[in-house]
Design a protein around this ligand. Sequence first.
Ligand code: ATP
Length: 931
Amino acid sequence: MEENLNNKEIPLSEVLLKYEKKWHTLSNERILKILKTNQNTGLSTKEAQKRLEEFGKNILPKPKKPNIFLIFLKSFLDPLSIMMAIAGITSLIIGLVSNDFQPADKAGLVIVVVIILTNSFIATVQEWKSENQKISLSEKQQKALVLRDGKKTTIDIEELVPGDIIFSKSGDSVPADSRIIDNQLLKVDESALTGENEAVEKVDDIIKEAEIVLGDQKNIAFMSTLVVEGKMVGVVFNTGKESEIGKIASNISESKRVKTPLEKKVTKLTFFIGIVSVILGILIFGVAFSLKNRADFPEDMKSIYKQMLLAVSSAISVIPESLTIIVKICLMVATKKMAKKHVLIKKPKSIESLGNVNVICSDKTGTLTQNKMFVDGLYVHGQEQDLKEYDITNQNDLINCMALCNDAFIGRKKEKVGSATELALIEYLIANKINYLNLRKTNKRLDEIPFDSKRKIMSTVCEVDGNIVAYTKGAMDYLLPNCKHILEGDKVRPIEDKDIENIKSQLMIFAKKGMRTLGLAKKDLKDLDDEFENKLVFIGLVAIIDPPREEVAHSVKEAHDAGVRVIMITGDHKVTAFEIASRLGIADEEHQDVITGQDISTLSEEELRIKLKTTNVFARVNPEHKAMIVDILQADSNIVAMTGDGVNDSPSLVKADVGIAMGITGTEVSKEVSDVILSDDNFKSIISGINSGRNVYEKIKYSISFLVAANISQVLTILLILGIYQTTALNSVNVLFHIFVVETIVAIPIGMQRERSGVMLNPPPTHKKESLLKGIIIQICLTTFFNTLFAVLSYWITHIYLNGQDTKLIHDYAKGGVYIVIMFSPIFYAILFNNRFLPIINAHKVTIVDKYKPNKWLLILMFVAILLTILTMLPFDALNEFFDFKTVDLDICLLLIYILFVALVPICIWSSYRLITYIMCKSQNNSKKIN
Ligand code: ATP
């Protein structure tokens, strides 16, 4: 396979094609030669730009956009559309067969078609919007660390080109298909590509066999796979759609959207009401059928066809079909709103889970604190130094340990790369005019053990002035027991108990100020194989300030007011952790304990469970302790949100009811397994998320109570008038039109009302399986009662008012009255269905009432509904015949009575509800006093 690599005529893309599927068989040198790159300097910016034009951006083919026409077609499979279609077709068939197809029946058919089309249209728009939202979430920008013009720099991964030298470490997602040229204990999770769950150990040697599967190409790191351990240097050979994942990405169909628990609950409720509706339908048909031979039974209802239609449409009208659409809209609006508040929802179910959370377990660093660290204390040579006065320029060991046992750096564009802790050390060196990059160049790194949150220390072995020196830095509890010597002046002497005491008391002084502490140590090695991280020489102690975020104390209070407990789980020192927790209100008088990782290891599960009840601060914990804490909290029926950023946090993120990854400092691995990503890493955003989640639940509850009450009232009215007056007050056209107005026009904006902050003053739900009807039963009962009562009263009052006149005339007028009350009442009382007017009863307490914020959409659509309903009543014969409304020359007095009834329905609902809730509050206060 010899080719003329110097031949400038052949474009690189063509040269690369020859090596497809053979990259693993080539040596490092050969690959670098083929890709015309250099391991030490990488590509030049100019060359990279040229290659970007030749190869295109390193982006994966976008998932196929859903076809809007298919979505529209699929929406007809919705249960509402199916039921409506059945009703429509039945009416058409029976009408044609019985030769009894009148204008009103045609109107019925038109309404059925309008309802089906309107619902399909709304469902299609919602589905289409939420699909596009999903796509834009997957398009978030990632960064890669590369070598360009001889310097390490971070770039957007879409700018990577073949020939780029990249660096990936534990927690990263591999940015492009790369041949590994330097492997340090690299383990990669390739499940996204191969389906294999076990992480693969990688190598940097040649693999001779040419024809091997991707999983066996162990010297290659594939794009979008996740580094779970170790690190590597690689050279990119394929990007974007040419990468292995790129080749299959375009064929991957969008995973099917699974129903969220809320949607499942709504479906269950709808199904239950469906059963009730069938029973009511049969009842209506039975009663109407048994009365049909009565002389005064309305002529137009005497045919079985009409009775069946009435029964079918009444049954359909009971079911709150538009609820599924309302839930979808609510979830979609909430996802969008949350994204604006830095909460990226990966799975729709997390919105509801967030609303139900009653414990938040939060990391300290970066989430509760600002992660803007700077060195503010130094203890060397047995005393605390004044940083302003102290000159470190001749403190070689101190400087070397800070610069060489450190992976952070300030990039070409002044971007800060690395952990905040290490950056604080770099910035301290820069402030003291020390060129850390030069030090790294002259003192080559020979070996290293990277920092991990379990060991809490890191070490590097470097060649310093011809000697081999190991530097170790990290948490003092792990470092100090391994120090056998101490540096004093320029001498090394054995460490004494007094030194240890002094160091420990200085540590406490720093920690009590809420500072993060790092011990620095070294060891001179005879050769590279010598053990390090033991028998160390203690150099000094650095204290770093990481101030709490200003807004967090308020957010913690908000969480407490919302009945949500906040627990801090940190790898930091217990005194530092407690100090920060106290400043934020996480540790208070009732929660003065701190449990450390060491305590957790010695406690039994039961002891830990008891301690957990009174402890809000966990310090020096390892990631596996986090998973234990989640387990215990969940076993106690808590709904837990857990934050995490590292690779090792994955188990606890998966276990928690809501796993929250950090968008800025979080590893790709943690983001992959989480349910929610905080794009600003801020604790405050979790509280916004809980607020939105709770609002979704509340809006759905209001939609349910409105729909159930309006629908049942209509059927009850039909049944009661059938029972009392042995006649039908509404026919199928009226019923269908009611469905159209209530379900399709008025109910949907109830689910779109504005979010309110008062939900955060309610207690959280008591358990996961809490019924959707909890807290709204009284609303439903009162609304149903008054709506039905006034509809029936309107029939009764017409009889009284027109007593002695022609029965047919009385019936037509009375029917008109029922139609007016049953149609207009819900349109008007819809305005009550918010927290200001009908506060939900939550955990036996009436929720805090917020100021009324007008619901713009509801007001507009109420207006539309009123217009449409008035239209059906206008005195035109054709219209009246169509909508079966016969009160053409209605008596003005009667009309005023009907209007009064329509007005009385919301007034009665509101006043009786407030009275009942007032009595409830009173009795609760009294019972508290008794207790
Ligand atoms: P949180 O879990 O709240 O984010 P944290 O960031 O303090 O807590 P870790 O990153 O596990 O937790 O750090 C624990 C301790 O390890 C720190 O207190 C510090 O002493 C030490 N440490 C942190 N980063 C480094 C590092 N890069 N090198 C050496 N030691 C470190």
